[in-house]
Design a protein. Structure first.
Length: 410
């Protein structure tokens, strides 16, 4: 029996129909189901959700892939910083970077950093690592058996690629494994190449197939958890800070003294001293994994704009900023990002607004050859993070930070 729109709203508001069941009553029309859920909440709580209900994204394209129980869209203002000249191995030329944020002064600050770096000739970017990890947990009879299993796994990487990984993905390649043994617990930290995808789903499914092969070969070993937390995903941790996860990328530049003085209103010496005493000594005293000023600000704004996994801003904020005066009296600055977990295909990058933001930088979709778009995107992010670090350090050195937030952030 067909139920009217009004009756469905009433039943959802009253709890007779659960939020996830609405599509069953709309003949699969996800846009209509979205509206019913929203109207039910308005009725239940006596609130207006008018702005949440204004959006251009088609619920039929994202429900079941990117979201459940959809009621609308949250809108975050998006600005753009640039142009930023990047002299990378994949990103070459001038780029404009979309930043989604509600923090006043952030885009302006990054934009100032972009202007300064571009005037100095641009940012050199270098990717020194590229791997997505998953670390399943196996329970073994004892530590010696765990060591035996670990040695067998290490000796059979190609076998796992053929018998497990290649069966579930065309793009994933198992490159290495790092075993860790604690008592009778064996953690296998698998390292994969994932092309242009961030790759968490890919490596998760592949790791489960590998576990089946191991259990068949070692009947006395039990696979307990697909993630044993040595991956390490979405948590502050020393493992990724030291060994890297996703893209490990460095951005660096030399800025002539006259440009520092003209554009940043300070000196190379003051910027270097602020960085040393704030980002290095201060962070060490705090026991921080982020020896930097505000990586997370830029990483977060780019992630939200481009459909990355926002929880992985956690690892993206790991890293070190360096600043020193060159023998010629100019300023050398660099940022090192050990765990930049990003992609240009899959996940939130499929959402139309986020895909448009990726297209501004020329990195939407898969690269040719595969993997090059994600690497290009990583270099652009690193360059933008350097711009943000440089601008904030200069603002602190020149004692302009409070003034900027009074003017732009209140």
């Amino acid at each position: 029996m067909e139920v009217s729109f009004e009756e469905l709203v009433k039943k959802v508001a009253g709890g007779e129909i659960k939020l996830h069941q609405v599509e069953k009553y709309t003949n699969g029309d996800k846009k209509l189901a979205t509206e019913i859920r929203r109207k039910a909440l308005e009725r239940k709580f006596g609130v207006s959700l008018e702005n949440i209900g204004h959006y251009s994204i088609d619920p039929n394209r994202v429900i079941g892939k990117n979201i459940e129980n959809m009621i609308g869209v949250v809108q975050i203002p998006m600005g753009v910083a640039g142009p930023l000249r990047i002299n990378g191995e994949y990103a070459k030329g001038e780029f404009y970077i979309p930043l989604a944020t509600t923090e006043g002064a952030l885009v302006a600050s990054v934009n100032r950093g972009c202007s300064t770096l571009t005037a100095a000739g641009g940012v050199k970017t270098t990717i020194i690592g590229d791997k997505m990890t998953r670390a399943p947990l196996l329970k073994c009879p004892d530590a010696r058996r765990a060591r035996e299993v670990a040695e067998w796994v290490k000796a059979n990487i190609d076998y796992f690629q053929e018998k497990a990984v290649s069966r579930v993905t065309r793009h994933g390649k198992l490159r290495d494994v790092k075993p860790y043994i604690v008592g009778n617990n064996l953690y296998l930290r698998f390292e994969f190449e994932t092309g242009d995808a961030m790759g968490m789903n890919m490596v998760t499914i592949s790791s489960e197939e590998i576990m089946k092969v191991i259990e068949e070969h070692f009947p006395d070993v039990r696979y307990l958890a697909l993630s044993g937390n040595l991956c390490v995903d979405k948590k502050p941790n020393a493992m990724n800070f030291i060994n890297g996860r996703g893209k490990t990328v460095i951005a660096e530049a030399v800025i002539p003294r006259e440009i520092v003085e003209k554009k940043l209103k300070t000196t190379p010496e003051l910027i270097a001293e602020v960085n040393y005493r704030k980002n290095l000594v201060g962070s060490a005293q705090a026991g921080s994994y982020g020896f930097n000023a505000h990586f997370a600000n830029i990483v977060g704004a780019i992630f939200l704009a481009t459909g990355q996994d926002e929880a992985q801003i956690t690892e993206g904020s790991h890293g070190i900023t360096l600043a020193e005066v060159t023998p010629e009296g100019d300023l050398y600055v660099s940022i090192t990002m050990p765990s930049l977990e990003i992609g240009t295909v899959g996940g939130g990058t499929r959402v139309p607004t986020q895909r448009e933001a990726l297209s501004i930088m020329g990195v939407a979709g898969g690269g040719d050859p595969p993997g090059t778009n994600a690497k290009k995107f990583a270099e652009i992010i690193a360059g933008t993070v350097l711009a943000g670090e440089l601008s904030l350090l200069a603002a602190i050195a020149a004692k302009h930070l409070a003034k900027a937030h009074k003017e732009l952030g209140r």
